[in-house]
Write a protein that binds this ligand. Sequence first.
Ligand code: AMP
Length: 429
Amino acid sequence: MKTLVIGGGGREHALVWKLKQSPLVEKIWCAPGNGGIAAEAECVAVDAGDVSAVIALAKKIQPDLTIVGPELPLVNGLTDAFRKRNWPIVGPSKQAAQLEGSKIFSKEFLERHKIPTAKMYGTFESVRKAYAALSSASWPLAIKADGLCAGKGVFLAGNAEEAKEFIAHVLEKKELGPGGNRILLEEALGGEELSFIILTDGKSYAPLVPTRDHKRVFDGNEGPNTGGMGAYSTDDLLPDELRKGVIASIVEPTLRGLAADGIPYQGFLYIGLMLTKSGPKILEFNCRLGDPETQAIVARMDFDLAEVLKDVADGKLDASKLRWKAGASVCVVLASGGYPGEFASGKRIGGLTAVGQNSGVKILHAGTKREGDTVVTSGGRVLGVTASGSSLNAAVSTAYKACTKIRFDGMHYRKDIGAHGTRLTAAGG
Ligand code: AMP
């Protein structure tokens, strides 16, 4: 099977790594890929969000299966263009990708189908009307730009002054671009977050193992939000009763709602949950796998990903094929100095070869590129040190041992990825 993976981050490296282990896979291309993916697949310098450029590439290489990593190609209609030509692809249509591409679309969908979510106060294009609505809001308040804003579109305001500042920044100064042409105001939910991702062919679905992401840059969930500083997976994150509740009150009503609205959904659907005192509620949908959650998920896969994804593309998903390793996995992100603010690139990365020989650890590349024989940094999140183990403690300790062996100028990482989970385990759940 000739396979094409679209994207160039840690998530795509994880997919390429797993696909390469399949005896069914003959060759992998990745567009655009990165410095680590280049060691395992042929990277092609094509902009993932440019639908016509990806179509031109696929015409040339004729993949038997294409897998889309990031949201932008999906929101831009890449899968529609493939399906029109009968080319096998995994990923939702442009319309279904609106679940992520428009927070207002997704909120209206949730309200229409009575699926538990934060209460919405309203949607606004005008600063004046948005300000007026603040007088009847409770605090804190979640303010969300409607469209894709590279992770900067959500703000939790503690009071009216903070809220006004963010609203002006988005609606008046247009500092988030066209993704901020409209906003929605909603109740801020409290509780623990959980990422629940399913794979579906539009008829059947299979949940992936549960994961928890760490969005803030510093230990103890301090500092600004990032694209994700690490993630871990263990079945303890989702006790059986909670799992059943999430499936009955969230997953199945969502799939039924999509079917009732005539929006077939195929691909990965990421459901961001808040486990509130009054039960699990949806914070957000993503129309693709999360990053860095994917790294932790892939590390627990005990099945042939290429076979399962080909089944999805052919509309024949068999959920019983998804088997998982017991135990746990973790991904610790090594980031550039200054990230998530301004950071320098082009820093030489040392220690990769030594760590590559450690068993149970895989270094997945996110922001790297090759310069001759060396690998240098080229992004904010640089590497995802990924490990699995018989317990979360074991996986965490393997990953952190490997982190100490990698060096680049300005490198920083959180020291508490998975710590909450290990505390829970120590306390007996
Ligand atoms: P999103 O951009 O929709 O992925 O949201 C990013 C993050 O904002 C989520 O992972 C939550 O941490 C937070 N968030 C979004 N909506 C809410 C809400 N209603 N209440 C509290 N936190 C929220």
